[in-house]
Ligand binder design. Structure first.
Ligand code: PGA
Length: 258
């Protein structure tokens, strides 16, 4: 299915549109009496989205007690209490501000002694929850989604990956010194992401313009993993009300030249 692109006036407008999708999903699932399963991302891009979800909870009473979350990835070797870990990022920027049930949030365990087993268990947990209803994505300048660095196969599942040096440099700001950025990570695979019923990719700023151009126009290939999103399955294969609205949106905000 072609990627549906929406360009918004600013980060708030793009993030507000995704937050509204998430709110509608939560309310629909609540009505159906089953949980809404969200795939979440870290990095600077989703911060305005998380601020808006917190506002919806605080100001409109939107409850997250019916929500289960799975994050895309975690750095290898960082336990969840380390300030640079993605578990910590999620706690500070979203989870602790909502009424999520204990145990409802999942982030890959970067300190698991048996990583292969931990990755298989992560896939199983997503399946047992009923699959991802909506996956939020950022995009890296390497074309990574999650930490699926090039090359990442269409069939890849949750696994250990080696981080690209471009990504390590881009993420160094979150660490005390650039050398502290881990070399490895655990990430959902491309196939895990592609199984999500809806995907919302957010990309803000001119630094993302070239990789978005490639994502939209290159023939899907492992060298630019985000291009696999062009093959996200078509809605007609599904029947339920929510699934018939399966979609993938790339919300773009490119900085204006001053
Ligand atoms: P960013 O990272 O939101 O900090 O730009 C996105 C990503 O690497 O996926």
């Amino acid at each position: 299915m072609p990627i549906h692109v929406q360009v918004h006036a600013d980060k708030q407008a793009a993030s507000g549109a995704v937050a509204a999708r998430i709110r509608d999903l939560i309310l629909l699932r609540q009505h159906e009496g089953r949980p809404a399963v969200l795939g979440l991302a870290t990095g600077s891009t989703p911060l305005p989205l998380y601020a808006e979800l917190i506002r919806l909870h605080r100001d409109t009473g939107l409850s997250f007690r019916n929500v289960i979350t799975f994050n895309l990835d975690e750095y290898e070797g960082l336990s969840g209490d380390r300030p640079e870990s993605y578990r910590h990022f999620m706690e500070v920027n979203l989870f602790r501000h909502l009424d999520l049930r204990p145990g409802a949030t999942h982030v890959p365990d970067g300190t698991a002694t048996d990583q292969d087993q931990a990755c298989r268990a992560y896939e199983d947990a997503i399946r047992q929850a009923g699959g991802l209803d909506l996956q939020v994505l950022g995009i890296g300048r390497t074309g990574h989604i999650g930490f699926n660095e090039p090359p990442s196969a269409r069939e890849s599942r949750t696994r250990r990956v080696h981080l690209d040096e471009v990504t390590r440099r881009d993420n160094a700001g979150f660490f005390r010194q650039p050398e502290d950025v881990p070399h490895g990570a655990l990430t959902m695979g491309v196939a895990t992401i592609m199984d999500a019923r809806q995907v919302e990719l957010l990309a803000f700023g001119s630094a993302k313009a070239e990789i978005i151009r490639r994502t939209l126009h290159e023939t899907p290939h492992a060298g630019c993993p985000a291009t696999w999103l062009q093959a996200h399955p078509r809605s007609e294969e599904h029947t339920s009300e929510l699934q018939s609205r399966q979609y993938l949106v790339c919300r773009l905000l490119l900085e204006k030249k001053t």
